[in-house]
Design a binder for this molecule. Sequence first.
Ligand code: GLY
Ligand code: MN
Ligand code: MN
Length: 456
Amino acid sequence: MFAEALSRLPPQPAETQVGEYRQRQSLLTDQLRENDVLVLASPRHAVRSNDVGYPYRTSSDLIYLTGWLESETTYVLRHTSDGWKSCLFVQAKDTLKEIWEGRRPGVEGALSAYAIDEAYSNEELEERLLVWMNDAKRVFHRGGTNTALDSLVESAVRRRDRARQQFGTGPVAVEDPSGLLAELRLRKSTSEIDQLVYASKVASLAHELAMRHSRKGITEYQLQGVIEGFFAYAGTAGWSYPSIVGCGENATILHYKTNSDVCGDDEVILIDAGAEYRGYASDITRSWPISGTFTEAQKEIYEVVLDAQLAGIEACQVGNPYTAPHEAARRVMAEGLIRLGVISQTVEEALDLETGELKRWYMHNTSHWIGLDVHDVGVYKPGGEPRLLEPGMCLTVEPGLYFGAWRPDVKCPKRYANIGIRIEDDILITDDGPVILTDDCPKTIEEIEAIVGNGP
Ligand code: GLY
Ligand code: MN
Ligand code: MN
């Protein structure tokens, strides 16, 4: 089942080149002053229980600047008489540890294959960093990732030693670099887009396989297994966020993750699942009838959401505010629900954020940035105004309608009881209009009905 799907994938893209990481570092240092030091720590390992940890994944900022994925790492950018230096502090090689835990690139590995000028073992971090910080006026550092590093930065600022009093040396400000990095990460390079395309193609095929595997008596966790099994089979790191696989009333719970029920033959399943490839996320939602044929009622809702999603995608044009897809999708859904008799207000009334009825059935946003994080970084409203879309930005378009008959706060229309439908694609903004990165994933009613249940 997986081998045939794999044969439909393109080859994995080339890795991002060292030169591009250098370029990203330069774009950052262009915004720094010569007496600044920037320090980024990798997150610590998280314990799951007792001796077992959660799978490790380093910070997206570290991946963005260096491509270095190892834990126990500190990255430093500092200025010398020779220009800016890109430095990594890493775990030194240690044969006994490597026998147990896996190979380590070590200092030599960091210097040989990464966009790094200097590499040191972690044992040298404290001494070197204190000297560098003492020569700096501002330290760019975001606390909360590594408490030992936080203390080191704090002590560099707090020091009241002779040199500081005599010569006024030492940092006087700590600033958060995440805003600078977020602004860079918001616009994707060709190489980043290549990684996103692969993550999107894998997730598209995984959804198709789950559609093909749907049948009477199937469970949510079995469909989750198909999806996540293919993520692994296709060479990705696995999911980019825990898969949401909900049938029937579970489809009306936006972030349902229990995935433990048997699917009813007359129910719609909603699967929101994406793969992570070289750190880059995909994020797809599809909804389909387990039986392979939409009931009239399911079809009515599906068509409204699909029309809304297509209108949202069409609004993903250079120069439009990032809110344009949301506004377009909401309007189409308000019109659709009025047509179906679910909403008894006018369109403008239905859209009102306080009193409109649309939000009973559509209660989330339509878009978020996507990249190294599934909910990627980037200020949505710089200066309070919605960001205008630019080529290279990537965002999702994901309207949905959720008729939870279990909800005590609203009276669910009987005809649509426990229908939950969301349709989500990942979009690249270009001068030639929106590019749907997840376009391989079946979406129209005809495509879905032809595929569901029709497979290995
Ligand atoms: N999968 C989470 C989201 O769609 O935002
Ligand atoms: Mn999403
Ligand atoms: Mn999603």
